[in-house]
Design a protein around this ligand. Structure first.
Ligand SMILES: Nc1ncnc2c1ncn2[C@@H]1O[C@H](COP(=O)(O)OS(=O)(=O)O)[C@@H](OP(=O)(O)O)[C@H]1O
Ligand SMILES: Nc1ncnc2c1ncn2[C@@H]1O[C@H](COP(=O)(O)OP(=O)(O)O)[C@@H](O)[C@H]1O
Length: 229
């Protein structure tokens, strides 16, 4: 009995309800870098920011993330894509698709995204991130101006029609448990900063809209104004 209670407590500390994770050791010390984020942004000639793409499988997250990375590269804006499928091949290969594992997946990517933003880069994180609470957890890791939630909007019917990896067919056949949209929930973002409707926009139009949004929100400002916080 005591062991069961200890196990439950350990799990709730690891994944949390609302509680923050704490380092496992008290004997660790934070070291500041000699170069701060402002220096890096000035050197890069652009601000840094986390662009968080959320949406159903097949909605177009990866397609748009990599197209945006290319478009930013052409503008000499340094960015890097963190893509769900790719990250699950390495850093998060120990995680599955239970709600707890998805939460840990999103938490780790939030932390990695913070490092990218501190490094003076744009990070484009493309994850289904189906749970509103998990997305909120990530949002709260950042200053408001450093984080944009981008909802890649596409109906389940269209995602299933596209089915680029044949996963919906397998999920319908019962071969993939907890499949988002079929046997696991997707919470539609209540207040995303940007919505990209991939059922009604081409890939090119979506990228143009994203660049326009970043421009109008002053993420490409140059000179002394490039770093606002
Ligand atoms: N059960 C289940 N549900 C949803 N998706 C599944 C599942 N099993 C495997 N896959 C594949 O994993 C990719 C999603 O990984 P993510 O890390 O983005 O998921 S999550 O944010 O933790 O929910 C997802 O990639 P995308 O299609 O690019 O979204 C799938 O290729
Ligand atoms: N407007 C659009 N934006 C993005 N993808 C689109 C669009 N129209 C069709 N597609 C297609 O939909 C599929 C989306 O797959 P993918 O980018 O892997 O989605 P996700 O990463 O969300 O699972 C691709 O085959 C892509 O070519």
């Amino acid at each position: 009995m005591i062991q069961i209670v200890a196990l439950i407590l350990k799990k709730s500390i690891r994944y949390g309800g609302d509680e923050q994770l704490e380092p496992k050791s008290n004997h660790i010390t934070w070291h500041d870098s000699n170069i701060n984020r402002k220096d890096r942004c000035i050197s890069n000639q652009h601000r840094s920011c986390a662009l968080w793409l959320t949406g159903l499988s097949g909605s177009g997250k990866s397609t748009l993330a990599f197209a945006l990375e290319k478009a930013l590269f052409a503008r000499k804006v340094s960015s890097y894509v963190l893509d769900g499928d790719n990250i699950r091949h390495g850093l998060n290969q120990d995680l599955g698709f239970s709600p707890e594992d998805r939460k840990e997946n999103i938490r780790r990517i939030g932390e990695v995204s913070k490092l990218f933003v501190d490094a003076g880069l744009f990070v484009i994180a493309a994850f289904i991130s189906p749970n509103e609470k998990d997305r909120e957890m990530v949002r709260e890791m950042f200053e408001p101006e450093d984080f944009l939630e981008i909802y890649i909007k596409c109906s389940l019917e269209e995602c299933e029609r596209r089915d680029p990896k044949g996963l919906y067919r397998k999920a319908r056949e019962g071969k993939i448990p907890n499949f988002t949209g079929i046997s696991a929930q997707y919470d539609v973002p209540a207040h995303p900063h940007i919505v990209i409707d991939t059922e009604h926009l081409t890939i090119e139009a979506s990228i143009a809209l994203l660049l326009e949004q970043l421009e109008s929100r002053h993420y490409f400002m140059e000179g002394n104004a490039i770093y606002s916080p």
